[in-house]
Design a protein around this ligand. Structure first.
Ligand code: NAP
Length: 254
C-alpha cells in the first residue's frame, strides 16, 4: 500500500462508518489518524488491519467536543506528514426523548459533539490546508444525516437539528475556502447498519426501518465510506459545498 495521498484524519475512526473510512482511506494511499474517544481496542484493531496491509495508521484518543483534544489529534497528524484530508465523522445520538424531557446536559453535549466538534476540527484543518496559511489545499468531508431533513420529532430533535447545522456549515465553509485550495463536502447517510442505534438504546431500529426503504435493506458502512473517499479524491475535483445522500433511495424517513 503506497503512501502517496498524505495524511487523513477520520474522527470516530474506530467503529462503524469511520472504521470503514479509515480502512478504505489506507487502501487508497492515505496515512490515517484513527481518532476515538473510549474504545481503544476497536481503534487499535483498525490500525492493526491497516498495518497488516502495509499501510500507515495511528490511533489517537480525543473527544472532538474538547478543543484541547482536537489540537492533540491534529498534532498527531502533523507528525505523520502533510494533512490532505479530514472526515468529520464522530457523532452520537441520545436515547429517544421529546424536547420537554431533554435536560440541559443532553442538549449541550449533543451540539458540542455533533456540531462544535466538526467546527473545531475543520478550523484546525483549514489552518493547515489553506493556501492563505501556506498550505497546499485539501478536502474536508462532513457527515450529516437523513435526520436533518426530517427533524427527529418525538425522538431526537437535538441530533436532527445538529445535523442540519452540518448541512449549512458545509455550504458556508465551502464558499469561504474555495479559492484557497480546500473543498468541503457532505455525506448524508440514511439508515446504516452500525452500533450507533444500539448505543442510542434502540438496537431494533434498523430492522424496523428496513420495510420503509426502497431497497428493502439498510446500507453498510462500506457503502458510505466509498462516497466519502470519492469526495476526498480528485475524482470529485469540481464538487464543493455539495451533499451526497447515501440512503438507498429514501432520505426522508418518518
Ligand atoms: P458508531 O458506530 O456509533 O461509531 C461512532 C464513532 O464515533 C466511534 O468511533 C466513536 O468512538 C466515535 N465518537 C463518538 N463520540 C465521539 C467524540 N466525542 N469524539 C471522538 N469520537 C467520538 O456511529 P456510526 O453509525 O458509524 O456514525 C458515524 C457518523 O455517521 C455519525 O456522525 C452519525 O451521526 C452519522 N450517521 C449515521 C447513521 C447510521 O444509520 N449509522 C445515519 C446517518 C448519519 P469510540 O469507539 O471510542 O466510542
Amino acid at each position: 500500500m503506497p503512501q502517496q495521498n498524505g495524511v487523513l484524519i477520520v474522527t470516530g475512526g474506530s467503529r462503524g462508518i469511520g472504521a470503514a473510512t479509515s480502512l478504505l482511506g489506507a487502501e487508497r494511499g492515505y496515512a490515517v489518524v484513527v481518532n476515538y474517544t473510549n474504545n481503544v481496542a476497536a481503534a487499535e484493531q483498525v490500525c492493526a488491519r491497516i498495518h497488516q496491509q502495509g499501510g500507515e495508521a495511528v490511533a489517537v484518543r480525543g473527544d472532538v467536543a474538547n478543543p484541547a483534544d482536537v489540537e492533540h489529534i491534529f498534532q498527531a497528524a502533523d507528525r505523520l506528514g502533510t494533512l490532505t484530508g479530514l472526515v468529520n465523522n464522530a457523532g452520537m445520538i441520545y436515547p429517544a426523548q421529546r424536547l420537554d424531557e431533554m435536560d440541559n446536559d443532553r442538549l449541550r453535549r449533543s451540539f458540542e459533539v455533533n456540531v462544535f466538534g466538526t467546527f473545531y476540527c475543520a478550523r484546525e484543518a483549514v489552518k493547515r490546508m489553506s493556501t492563505r496559511h501556506g498550505g497546499n489545499g485539501g478536502a474536508i468531508v462532513n457527515i450529516s444525516s437523513g435526520a436533518s431533513k426530517v427533524g427527529g420529532g418525538g425522538t431526537y430533535l437535538d441530533y436532527a437539528a445538529a445535523k442540519g447545522a452540518i448541512d449549512t456549515f458545509t455550504v458556508g465553509l465551502a464558499t469561504e475556502v474555495a479559492a484557497e485550495g480546500i473543498r468541503v463536502n457532505n455525506v448524508r447517510p440514511g439508515v446504516i447498519e452500525t452500533e450507533i442505534h444500539a448505543s442510542a438504546g434502540d438496537p431494533g431500529r434498523v430492522q424496523r426501518m428496513v420495510s420503509q426503504l426502497p431497497m428493502a435493506r439498510a446500507g453498510t458502512a462500506e457503502e458510505v465510506a466509498r462516497a466519502i473517499l470519492w469526495l476526498l479524491s480528485d475524482e470529485s475535483s469540481y464538487s464543493t459545498g455539495t451533499t451526497v445522500t447515501v440512503s438507498g433511495g429514501r432520505a426522508i424517513l418518518p
